[in-house]
Design a protein around this ligand. Structure first.
Ligand SMILES: Nc1nc2c(ncn2[C@@H]2O[C@H](COP(=O)(O)OP(=O)(O)OP(=O)(O)O)[C@@H](O)[C@H]2O)c(=O)[nH]1
Ligand SMILES: [Zn+2]
Length: 394
């Protein structure tokens, strides 16, 4: 049972040293972002050294060659490989069962790694990659490759890594091996469990009264994940009564729409509209979730915009970059609602996926409250694509 104090979002300290799996992944994320190599090992003894393709220049590649037991390969997702014109042979495609799984590509020496990163416009047949990269090969360590792609996504980088293979060896003390080479070590299992674990241990770290233009009786409570990552915010309006269904809006961060009033999407209007609507109703909560760009991050969203200007829609652009159309998980939202003692909600949304995910995690969505704003002359295609491809209920 949630306590009244957690409902108020009282500030709690946490012993972050006890979260070693989270800390290991968090460090690996930072290392990948700054261009360093990370040793990823799985329980079957398979291992590999991963460097983000975005930051793998010639010097890093040479270093990787020196450390690895075999020639470096390029790992990306099936969607990205296909987007740059690489055909997946049937025997490899069969093993993926249609999913957006990692694909391993041979990386002949002299081929620039950034070939896999260049944006591809629909009219530029993606011959850049096919000219340079050979066909997909069977991965020596598929679960390590999958964890490396997951790590790149967590780092909000393109889902593409250069992997220095390491000989499978259960007995070898990989952690010590990595330490002796000034390289970070992380278990594949910790990467796989990271998002859920980080979301399960959110705690309130600040709670302040912030009168808003259309909702003067508002508080903002910041919830910090146990890994020390970016906070999610609960904008609490009025006095919440958790014994009745609470009016709730889940809003995913959108720097361009929320702050700059970009007309490419409907986020700014939805944000301000939701606050005004909750205030009119008397009480409710807007969760401002750190899930920029449907979970791919601002930089990748800008890359997706570039592709959209070349003709792709919002779903295809994500997939061309190698992501899924929507990478969001709603565990953080569920954890915050639970800690606030909110189990039954009236959800302001047009997105059936949000209703499905919250319900599957045990939140009772008693009603969907429509949350639609008129198109603005720039976002018609965006809204149409949401309705046609993502099942949005406008
Ligand atoms: N990748 C990507 N993200 C986008 C694009 N346009 C907007 N976003 C992001 O999409 C998210 C908008 O999410 P929400 O406001 O929750 O919208 P929704 O999923 O349509 O659901 P509802 O508004 O509840 O119906 C924000 O994180 C935006 O940054 C785009 O073209 N590409
Ligand atoms: Zn937006």
């Amino acid at each position: 049972m949630p306590t009244p104090s957690s409902r108020r979002g009282d500030i709690r300290a946490a012993d972050t040293l006890s979260h070693t799996p989270l800390a290991a992944v968090e460090r690996a994320i930072a290392e990948l972002r700054r261009g360093g190599a990370v040793l990823i090992r799985d329980t079957d003894g398979s291992a590999g050294l991963a460097v983000a393709a975005e930051s793998c220049g010639d010097a890093t590649l040479a270093q990787l060659r020196g450390l690895a037991s075999d020639a470096p390969v390029l790992v990306t997702t099936r969607r990205r490989a296909e987007a740059v014109g690489i055909e997946i042979p049937p025997h490899i495609a069969r093993g993926m069962g249609g999913a957006n799984k990692p694909v391993t590509l041979d990386l002949p020496s002299g081929v620039p790694v950034d070939v896999i990163l260049r944006p591809t416009a629909p009219d530029q047949a993606a011959h850049i990659a096919t000219r340079h990269l050979s066909r997909p090969i069977a991965s020596h360590a598929p679960t390590v490759a999958e964890a490396a792609i997951e790590l790149a996504k967590l780092a909000r980088l393109m889902p593409a890594v250069v992997m220095g293979p390491l000989a499978r060896d259960r007995a070898r003390p990989w952690r010590e091996w990595a330490a002796a080479r000034d390289t970070l070590y992380v278990d594949a299992a910790d990467i796989r469990g990271y998002e859920k674990l980080a979301a399960s241990e959110l705690r309130p770290v600040a709670d302040a009264r912030v009168p808003l233009e259309n909702a003067e009786n508002a508080r903002i409570v910041a919830w910090r994940p146990a890994d020390g990552g970016k906070e999610h915010l609960a904008i609490v309006i009025g006095e919440i009564d958790p014994t009745a269904p609470v009016l709730v809006r889940l809003h995913s961060e959108c720097f361009t729409g929320d702050l700059l009033a970009s007309l490419r999407c409907d986020c700014g209007e939805q944000l301000r509209g939701a606050i005004a609507e909750i205030a009119r109703h008397g009480s409710g909560v807007l969760l401002y979730l750190a899930q920029e760009g449907r979970g791919i991050g601002l930089v990748n969203k800008l890359r997706a915009y570039q592709l959209q200007d070349g003709g792709f829609d919002t779903v295809d652009a994500n997939e061309q970059l190698g992501f899924d159309a929507d990478e969001r998980l709603y565990w953080p939202a569920v954890t915050i609602l639970r800690q606030m003692g909110i189990a039954r909600i009236r959800l302001m949304t047009n997105n059936p996926e949000k209703i499905g995910q919250l319900s599957s995690y045990g939140i009772d969505v008693v009603e969907r409250v429509r949350h639609v704003f008129p198109a603005n002359g720039h976002n018609e295609k965006y809204l149409r694509t949401k309705a046609e491809k993502s099942g949005h209920l406008f």
